[in-house]
Design a protein around this ligand. Structure first.
Ligand code: GLY
Length: 258
């Protein structure tokens, strides 16, 4: 297992990367055992993954909130529904949210966590390559509004990020490639080790070999964590991480996030 840290001071957190299933020990490592838990996920996440996660959490109260799959779920409406669920479950500041899914799930769960009771704890368990190498790290949380993507949000760091390459096995080819786009981004913005790794191991990467993917993810996150720790709120160097995103976001907004 490799561990990389990001953030500063009390909002510093660890990112764990494994090339096998998450262990029970790791799943429970950052949870307070008496807390209530709400796992936020989406309909695209295979049920077996959700079942495994839920059955490995030792806390007594573990609930699940499932969003429809897709960017449209990163909305004010979904935000309200999750908030209503937290208040129905009587969540207080000692309780935890777990974002279990891709970037949409991570962004909206983080935003709910940043605002409910002025901030409760959340954990990121990203299941897409894009979320593993980019959106789960750095504390950017948000929802979309009709005027544009991510226009309402907060910088709010998770308690930890738990990454398993196992989740990548069932990703569609399109989703996998969109994550690889982010990996290539890190090689373009300065990670020479990653560039070499991609150039020398294309077959292993295309075939999703877990031990290679672990190194790819590790290198990507090393670059990202260095940048987001230096410039947490994007007043300078962090903007380099938007390399490619800015065009993508405009295209998504133009197509109404379909
Ligand atoms: N995805 C760009 C950033 O985290 O700053």
């Amino acid at each position: 297992m490799s561990i990389i840290s990001a953030g500063k001071g009390i909002s510093k957190y660890n990112i764990h990367i494994v090339d096998k299933k998450l262990s029970k020990n790791l799943i429970n490592k950052y949870l307070n055992k008496d807390s209530k838990i709400l796992i936020v996920t989406d309909e695209g996440i295979p049920k077996k993954y959700l079942k495994f996660l839920k059955s490995n959490i030792s806390n007594k109260s573990v609930n699940i909130f499932t969003l429809p799959k897709g960017e449209k779920s990163k909305s004010y409406n979904s935000y309200k529904k999750i908030i209503n669920e937290l208040s129905r479950l009587k969540f207080d500041r000692t309780d935890y949210l777990i974002a279990f899914g891709g970037g949409v799930v991570g962004d909206i769960t983080g935003f709910v966590a940043s605002t409910y009771l002025r901030g409760i704890s959340y954990i990121q368990i990203p299941t897409s390559l894009l979320a593993q190498v980019d959106s789960s790290v750095g504390g950017k949380t948000a929802i979309n509004i009709p005027q544009g993507k991510n226009l309402v949000g907060a910088f709010y760091n998770p308690k930890c990020v738990l990454i398993s390459t196992r989740y990548l096995k069932t990703l569609s080819e399109d989703e996998y490639k969109s994550g690889l786009g982010e990996v290539i981004k890190y090689s373009f913005i300065g990670n020479k080790i990653l560039k070499k790794l991609i150039e020398e191991n294309p077959k292993e990467i295309i075939e999703r070999k877990e031990s290679t993917l672990k190194i790819v993810i590790e290198q990507s996150i090393k670059t990202k964590s260095k940048i987001v720790t230096k410039d947490e709120k994007e007043s300078g160097i962090r903007a380099i991480l938007n390399f490619g995103h800015t065009f993508g976001h405009a295209i998504e907004a133009y197509n109404k996030y379909k």
